[in-house]
Design a protein around this ligand. Structure first.
Ligand SMILES: O=C(O)CCC(=O)C(=O)O
Ligand SMILES: [Fe+2]
Length: 348
């Protein structure tokens, strides 16, 4: 199979096609605000992007460039280590943080290695997906010994990107016509994580994917990608896969499932995937912003009325997350839990 294992081979309809389309990409939004009405204008640009694409890029976002460069450097230094060294910080059955090189998306293995860390240490999550099980488990980060500055750099970076995530959450609330802090309380004990993604060159990029098509399960993702490119999103209008052009120092922001539900389908959690190439390695760093485990996710009351009935039934974020985490990393017979499973009859 062209030098890659069978586990990595995508079904023919999922394989990437050489792209010839030249398209206008997702909106690029300048977050520096000036003058009266600046915030409203910014919120409205964000709202439009969330409705049309569920994706946008931001510039002048406030995360120091020097810090981003430092985190990129420790990520590269870590993934350059020998595999035995990386596996010392490996994910295990009790703790899903750390290094992992066997992730599956939709049951096909992804051509990548990852390192996951929790933003809050410790993080509290349900012990099991069983709705009757009230036990809460405490998770802590696993850190590699090398490079020595790994832990401190990643922690510092998490704090800065978290500020940006809260700022975006406020702008998104405003864009929905709600008070800026409407969504903030859902994140008092946020359960999110920072992931370092490493996509090695792939001998058969036409057969495999770095990450198979998926939607992000949390609320919001703040992604740093390097200059190689490979991320593609599925356009709402025609289902075409659109490449997201790397813009130096920008962040890619995407609406994830909980925001689609809170907005009662006004905003979209768009499907995306990553294609790989045979020449260059690629790095990306998503910050996944997730609510507190006890948050019950459902369409916001202010957005529901007789003309706009609730499109989703309520679900517990913690139970949903644990259900998906338990299934995400293994090859399964069935598709893992998706928000579509909570659609109401009114939404049909
Ligand atoms: O590497 C990327 O550009 C995106 C990765 C991604 O979609 C994810 O980790 O959820
Ligand atoms: Fe993603």
């Amino acid at each position: 199979m062209g030098g890659i294992g069978q586990a990595f081979v995508q079904e023919p309809e999922q394989r990437p096609k050489p792209s010839t389309i030249e398209v206008d990409g997702i909106p690029v939004i300048d977050m520096s605000v000036s003058g009266t009405g600046g915030i409203e204008k910014l919120a409205s640009e964000i709202g439009n992007a969330c409705r049309k694409w569920g994706f946008f890029q931001v510039i002048n976002h406030g995360v120091p460039l020097e810090l981003r460069q430092r985190v990129e450097k420790v990520a590269k230094a870590f993934f350059d280590l020998p595999i035995e060294e990386k596996r010392k910080a490996k994910r295990d059955d009790l703790n899903f943080t750390g290094y992992h090189d066997e992730e599956h998306t939709k049951n096909v293995r992804d051509w990548k290695e990852v390192f996951d860390m929790l933003i809050e240490d410790p993080t509290f999550l349900p012990a099991s997906p069983d709705p009757d099980d009230e036990e809460i488990r405490t998770y802590s980060n696993k850190w590699p010994e090398n490079p020595p500055e790994f832990r401190e750099t990643c922690q510092e970076y998490c704090r800065e990107v978290e500020k940006l995530a809260f700022k975006l959450l406020e702008l998104i609330s405003l864009s929905l016509g709600l008070p800026a802090n409407r969504l903030s309380d859902f994140f008092k004990h946020q359960t999110g994580m920072l992931r370092l993604n490493y996509y090695p060159p792939c001998p058969s990029p036409e057969l495999a994917l770095g990450v198979g098509r998926h939607r992000d399960g949390g609320a919001l993702t703040v992604l740093a990608q390097d200059d190689v490119g490979g991320l593609q999103i599925r356009r709402q209008s025609d289902g075409e896969w659109i490449p997201i052009k790397p813009i130096p120092n920008a962040y890619i922001i995407n609406i994830a499932d909980a925001l689609q539900v809170w907005s009662n389908d006004l905003y979209v959690s768009a499907e995306h995937r990553v294609v790989v190439n045979s020449e260059q390695e690629r790095f990306s760093i998503p910050f996944f912003f997730f609510p507190s485990h006890y948050v019950k996710v459902k369409p916001l009351e202010e957005l529901v009325n007789e003309q706009n009935p609730a499109m989703y039934k309520e679900y517990s974020w913690g139970k949903y997350y644990i259900n998906r985490t338990g299934s995400n990393y293994k090859k399964l017979e069935a598709e893992n839990l998706q928000i579509d499973h909570f659609k109401t009859p009114e939404s049909e």
